[in-house]
Design a protein around this ligand. Sequence first.
Ligand code: GLN
Length: 538
Amino acid sequence: MTGGVVSSLGKGLASAALGSLLQARGYSVRICKLDPYLNVDPGTMSPFQHGEVYVTDDGAETDLDLGHYERFTGRPATQKDNVTTGRIYLSVLQKERRGDYLGATIQVIPHITNEIKDFIREKDGTADFVICEIGGTIGDIEGLPFLEAIRQFGNEVGRNRALFIHMTLLPYIPTAGELKTKPTQHSVKELMSAGIRPNILLCRADREIEREELDKIALFCNLDEKRVIPALDASSIYEVPLTYHAEGLDEQVMNAFDIKESKTPDLSKWQEIVRRVKDPEGEVTVAIVGKYTNLTDSYKSLNEALTHGGIANNVKVRLQFVDASEFDGHEDDIVNALKDAHAILVPGGFGARGTEGKIKAVQYAREHNIPYFGICLGMQMAVIEAARNLCGLTSASSTEFGECDVPVVGLMTEWVKGNEMQQRGEGADLGGTMRLGAYPASLKAGSKIAEIYNATELSERHRHRYEVNINYKDQIESEGFKFAGMSPDGKLPETFESDNHPWFIGVQFHPELKSKPFDPHPLFVSFIKAAVKQSRLV
Ligand code: GLN
């Protein structure tokens, strides 16, 4: 899957939707992302620029498109499903230093392209179909080795085993009153100059594309008319599998691979999700008090998980993004900003900016009995709030924000993963050095969190450096709270809940990463249920 004309066309979503259609036909699917940038992984990239960092069970920090893949196919993403130019080069250069190339001159072709092909080929046999999305836009210098690699790959496996789907844009020009096909023609030409002839074109447009235009594209781009497929804007992302199916995408994929006997896809699951999204019985407002509020992609999985909670409760969830740094020093503003919220959520985050505002948001939620959900940093904020305002530890804070006398949240320098002790130094590298990936927790029987999970064990994904300091546990618990979830060795608090509040829960992990529209995460189902209750009270 390649993209042309402009970035942000939704190739990730298209790959995920195609994956779900192939699954609906009874096939197993694996989706991976090849990113042409030089970062070894997106873990060090600003969510402002790149959107959320998606974490896998095996602890990889990956592109947010892997979240789409997992949400649409239900297949847990892994470290091996995302690669960047940086990682490819790192691996080639390490081999070069080791002497693995036996004195050869190392070049983009064949060494880099081989490494890319190996990344694709190692998926062989793990699924019936492997969808590889190439990040970036055709024409980018960075993307060239990837195009060359997939060209070679297509040639090596042969016609019936590889197919190229190219996604393009038909911009609407108001003065002409038309959708324009020229950029698509140029983009295909560019792709052909790299030796790749697309088998299917997915044409993004903000309105209906006339048959005439589709035929014109087919003629100029040398494609069967049925293989030029409109991909119009949808009102919900969960409608995309249905609209692609209606336009014949999966049928054309079958056809291109010459697969004649495939069952009619069962799309009832998607139909039911779309029905619920389009016809909710009510609406609730959730305030997300965070920092990266001007690029909502930085909370991609969170937004989706809240939507899933809404789907489960048959309500629409309106997200109100509130920039926490605006409250620093302005108590009244907080009431104004949060007065319409039926529930308040403080998501994950890094750095001191905005944290005082987040702590005030926690206090507001706690004192007004408004459902509160704190995720990762959001749990740390809740613990600091309780320490300051209920335990009288007025200078309680996190060492992440500078030296402090009462470090109720502190840097973790060692912890247990499996049977191994993991250690980090204070000045260690920033990339890939957090507590990352799936860790288990034991839940106290009878606690709210255990009731929500309907279990006393859980495994959830983590991405953080700091931990609630167990030395303050008893003092905070004596004020009507419970650290009901703890790491199996009893050292790291994993969850936090209030005994005196309708719904006040913090978790050190990221439950949003595992929520799916057809399998909504229990914490989000319960949180939205509490928001619905709250909306009936006001
Ligand atoms: N900054 C906090 C930490 O590193 C929280 C991280 C997060 O919210 N993902 O512990």
